[in-house]
Design a protein around this ligand. Structure first.
Ligand code: URA
Length: 210
């Protein structure tokens, strides 16, 4: 079929059996379209009380906030706790989401953290840089960067996403996180115009930033 010129990829006749395609290539063989799926990327400002899952019996899910006919095809690239707010990325491109969530990928996630007690910046930064041992997982957190705002608010940049990671990091100092909001994943910053529960479709040009 290739030799006969019966295979088209993204509209172009392909003769080369080594030609690389991906999950979103439009493939037509002998006049029949055998694959044509569009890659979808959405940024959403997660409100409190929504669960980062595609299905849940108790709480509403972030997927329920997406009013698009393809919403059921989407999955979440990096979850947030029930009461954490901010940037959630949704996609049907698992190659891309895996590259974002891969623990070794080193993608920086930036959070705005509000605490119950004052933050001792010098002490916290020293410990966050060195890493905190999590007994349950038998791991030490990777170096994290603390950016001062005021006594009760800071930004924290981490490159991994262990269970309740930030709450546990502040818990090391017996300091409770009372508000947590994700502002950025890699180069993708939560759009300031998006209110809680709002979302917007993002383009593939934007995706290359990650
Ligand atoms: N760390 C947490 O503790 N919770 C989140 O939702 C994200 C990071």
């Amino acid at each position: 079929m290739l030799a006969k010129g019966q295979v088209r990829v993204d509209g172009e006749v392909i003769f080369d059996a080594q030609h690389v395609v991906n999950a979103f290539s439009c493939i037509n063989v002998a006049g029949a379209e055998i694959q044509n799926k569009q890659a979808r990327y959405i940024m959403l400002n997660k409100p409190k009380g929504y669960v980062s899952a595609t299905k849940d019996d108790i709480h509403p899910t972030v997927l329920e906030l997406v009013n698009e006919c393809y919403a059921h095809e989407l999955h979440i690239a990096g979850r947030l706790d029930l009461n954490t707010t901010g940037l959630i990325l949704l996609t049907n491109d698992s190659h891309w989401s895996e590259s974002l969530t891969n623990a070794d990928g080193g993608i920086i996630k930036k959070y705005l953290v509000t605490t119950k007690d004052p933050i001792d910046y010098e002490q916290y930064q020293r410990v966050f840089e060195r890493g905190i041992y999590f007994k349950t997982e038998n791991i030490t957190t990777k170096p994290a960067k603390l950016i001062a705002i005021n006594a009760y608010q800071c930004c924290l940049e981490i490159t991994e996403g262990k269970y309740h990671q930030i709450k546990r990091m502040f818990g090391y100092f017996d300091n409770q996180v009372i508000e947590l909001h994700r502002e950025r994943i890699g180069q993708i910053e939560l759009d300031a115009h998006l209110g809680f529960g709002d979302y917007r479709v993002i383009t593939t040009d934007y995706m290359n930033l990650c």
